[in-house]
Design a protein around this ligand. Structure first.
Ligand code: HEM
Ligand code: HEM
Ligand SMILES: [Fe+2]
Length: 474
């Protein structure tokens, strides 16, 4: 049965709005990434119109915002399904979607057209706070808090009234932590060490604790939906992951406190706990593959159809398991010990890790959720991968891996020449940047960026059209 809108709940329709904005911002992120990558090679590109400082801000803020839209969308999608009732206060939830989207648009227009302000408090309030990833001006910060409070009220009231599954309980607890941490990033102080100290609470504790917990919850939900995984087993994994993530992630925060003026005991704390961080990521990887394999085995033994009911979701889930482990776990572990980080800190190596981790851990699972919504929207029983699905999977992943390899080589060169050989002086930086290996790596990053853009076009096309091709659905 294929209607234009077969969502079971209004909340899922709202989720599809969030997903639509997320995909658009993902596209904008890639576009501004390309601008930034061109500026590395031709510094005069868009000079005085959109300087690198601006392209970079838009690139990484679009990243954070599209992922938040994806996360909120995913929760509005699974919430009524898990609770068994429509989201409480759905009308207000929809209104706040529009308020948030309007605010995001204003912030982006200000980034693009006003760009910078005088060194006064008014700039922090109206234009930008100038703090990496969280550049949004203060009025928008407060707005975000209000929107999130409404979101929390919606989710809590729904879960209290409806069925409270393990997945929902984990999400609810996690949302409080996620919202609370955002407030930690809103303190204002003139002391740069103190400012960084709190800023990392948002950046690190979001991506290495609270967002990872959400990934576990989304993977659990998706596994139940697409391969009919056993809820008890999936939820058991989820609890283990939550315990491990918080166990290592909270004190793992120390790996950002090595050189910002905090006491030296952070070297030991950061080294030990952040080195443990890959463990829960291995857990997630095993979780996805184990449950998929187990359910398949059980079904084939009883002669049932062993295909999943949504191949694109399943493929992206498996990529998420690999990507999270590689980008966050392996590339993170490489530079997390202070003995190594003293050389690699802030080099292209960091950028290599940042790219693969954000993509592998979050972009992948959110793309899986987008496909889930396509299936729900059109009431499709079984959704199969199309040519465009496969092309987008190949190009997005190949492009991202290629970019990571290029930046890793650049980082290696930078560490050897700028840091180890020449002692990290001002001059050493430029000597390293002018090496051929460095410029080759920057060229490859740009080429791989274009590969990703083509992959993104396939993805957008596929999300819009996959439901229309009768060959792909049952
Ligand atoms: C999905 C999870 C993760 C994401 C999205 C992520 C992302 C990032 C990003 C974007 C940065 C650069 C921050 C900046 O601009 O200064 C960074 C830094 C860092 N990450 Fe991760 N990361 C994740 C997990 C991990 C894990 C599990 C480890 C360790 C095992 C790790 C170790 C580090 C270290 C040591 C730095 C500091 C690099 C430096 O000193 O320049 N990360 N991460
Ligand atoms: C078309 C593809 C892309 C290109 C050409 C690109 C390019 C760039 C450039 C030039 C920078 C600035 C680096 C610097 O300041 O040294 C950057 C930063 C960053 N990009 Fe991308 N990017 C792309 C896609 C992505 C994707 C898909 C993600 C995540 C899902 C991502 C996450 C980041 C992050 C987290 C940073 C900050 C890294 C740091 O501070 O270490 N980018 N990107
Ligand atoms: Fe971290």
């Amino acid at each position: 049965m294929r209607g234009q809108n077969s969502f079971k709940y209004e909340s899922q329709k709202l989720a599809s709005w969030y997903f639509t904005v997320a995909v658009i911002l993902f596209g904008a992120q890639l576009l501004f990434g390309i601008f930034g990558a061109i500026q590395f090679i031709y510094p005069s590109f868009l000079y005085d119109i959109l300087d690198f400082s601006i392209t970079r801000i838009v690139h990484i803020n679009a990243l954070v915002v599209w992922m938040l839209y994806g996360i909120i969308g995913a929760i509005y999608y699974l919430l009524p399904d898990e609770a068994g009732i429509e989201t409480v206060g759905i009308g207000i939830a929809k209104l706040f979607f529009w308020i948030l989207t309007l605010a995001v648009t204003v912030v982006v227009l200000v980034y693009l057209f006003i760009q910078i302000g005088p060194g006064k408090a008014s700039t922090i309030w109206l234009i930008t706070e100038g703090r990496e990833y969280l550049e949004a001006p203060r009025w928008a910060d407060i707005g975000v808090v209000v929107v999130v409070l409404v979101f929390l009220a919606n989710t809590f009231l729904t879960a209290i009234k409806g069925r409270r599954t393990g997945i929902l309980t984990v999400i609810l607890a996690d949302m409080i932590a996620l919202a609370g941490l955002y407030i930690a990033g809103m303190f204002y102080t003139d002391n740069i060490s103190m400012d960084q100290y709190w800023w990392w609470w948002v950046i690190h504790l979001w991506v290495e604790a609270t967002w990872e917990v959400l990934v576990g919850a989304m993977a659990a939900y998706a596994l139940i939906k697409v391969v009919d995984a056993n809820r008890q087993v999936v939820e058991m994994w989820l609890w283990i992951e939550v315990a491990m993530l918080f166990g290592s992630g909270i004190l793992g925060l120390g790996h950002h406190y090595f050189w910002i003026g905090t006491p030296e005991y952070w070297w030991e704390i950061g080294a030990l706990f952040s080195a443990l961080e890959p463990l829960p990521l291995i857990g997630m990887f095993v979780h996805v593959l184990y449950d998929w394999g187990k359910e398949k085995g059980l079904k084939s033994a009883s002669g049932e159809d062993i295909t999943s009911n949504n191949t694109p979701v399943l493929i992206w889930l498996v990529i998420n398991g690999f990507g999270n482990f590689l980008g966050a776990g392996v590339w993170g572990f490489f530079h997390t010990l202070p003995q190594v980080n003293i050389y690699t800190h802030g080099t292209q190596f960091t950028a290599a890790h940042g790219h693969l981790a954000f993509f592998g851990a979050y972009a992948t699972i959110l793309i899986a959720m987008f496909y889930m919504a396509v299936q729900g929207k059109h009431g499709i029983k079984k959704l199969r991968a199309t040519f465009a699905t496969k092309m987008s999977i190949f190009l997005l992943n190949f492009g991202m891996l290629g970019m990571t390899v290029a930046l890793t080589i650049a980082g290696y060169e930078q560490v050897l020449i700028e840091r180890a050989q020449l002692g990290a002086t001002w001059n050493a930086y430029f000597v390293a940047q002018n090496q051929e290996w460095m410029s080759q790596a920057y060229n490859w990053r740009l080429i791989m960026g274009f590969v990703m853009v083509v992959g993104f076009i396939y993805l957008a096309k596929d999300l819009l059209t996959i439901s229309k091709n009768p060959k792909n659905i049952y």
